[in-house]
Design a protein around this ligand. Structure first.
Ligand code: AMP
Length: 215
């Protein structure tokens, strides 16, 4: 069984939960350049990859399970996996944001199409289509917060945690698009073929999540 984990700071929160669930990597993942790791369990290996690649590996069954943020699941939008468990880690919100004090662009049916800058182009497209707002989506890979002041976009769609990044760039959160946290996803075929092993891991992870919540 292969479990794909999201590399980066989220792994610092995910590994202790896996340890509580009885899955411990045999090597120090954080200080290694390897991408796949054996664990104390003969039948479980951990892969450590970019979050945006986790849904792809799980959808195609190269990984049986994965841990990834709800933002990346929504952006990927695949059908090839289930999302059976919320690990309740790395919580944040996907929001629209606009310059402080500006009358909401998104509620104005203004002269020209609104320009929206985001890493999450599929989410942004879907959200504004549901609102019935005509928009032009501009894909950026980082530093979204600059886009409004540089005249590139009217609105951004981004992850907000404390809101400090927005504030430091003269922006404020406006509309909530989705609550985000780390989720476990499972390949549909793997769940059938490796049902017992996967259910056992999910059960242990759920107990660990519930135990932490009751602390
Ligand atoms: P903040 O200034 O606390 O609102 O953090 C916002 C920035 O941190 C965003 O632009 C994100 O890139 C990043 N960030 C915060 N929390 C998360 C998370 N749970 N997952 C991914 N990125 C995050």
């Amino acid at each position: 069984m292969v479990i794909a984990l999201t590399k980066g700071r989220i792994i610092d929160e995910v590994l202790p939960l896996f340890e509580q669930a009885g899955i411990v990597p045999s090597e120090d993942i954080q200080n290694s350049r390897k991408l796949i790791f054996p664990t104390n369990l003969d039948n479980v290996q951990l892969m450590v990859i970019r979050g945006s690649d986790v849904p792809t590996y799980v959808e195609f069954g190269s990984a049986d399970m994965g841990v990834v943020g709800k933002d990346l699941i929504l952006e990927y939008g695949g059908e090839g996996f289930y999302e059976p468990l919320d690990l309740k880690l790395a919580r944040c919100q996907l929001m629209t944001a606009e310059p402080v004090g500006v009358v909401s662009n998104s509620s104005q049916q203004s002269k020209s199409r609104l320009r929206i800058a985001s890493k999450f182009v599929n989410i942004a497209k879907r959200y504004f289509a549901e609102q019935g707002t005509q928009v032009e989506i501009i894909k950026l890979n980082g530093a979204l917060e600059l886009a409004p002041s540089m005249g590139l976009a009217d609105v951004i769609v981004d992850i907000v945690d404390t809101g400090k990044t927005l504030k430091a760039n003269g922006l404020e959160p406006r509309e909530l698009i989705a609550e985000v946290s780390s989720r476990v996803i499972v390949n549909k075929a793997s769940l059938k073929i490796k049902n017992r092993a996967i259910r056992e891991i999910l059960g242990k992870l759920k107990s660990a999540v519930d135990g932490n919540e009751n602390l």
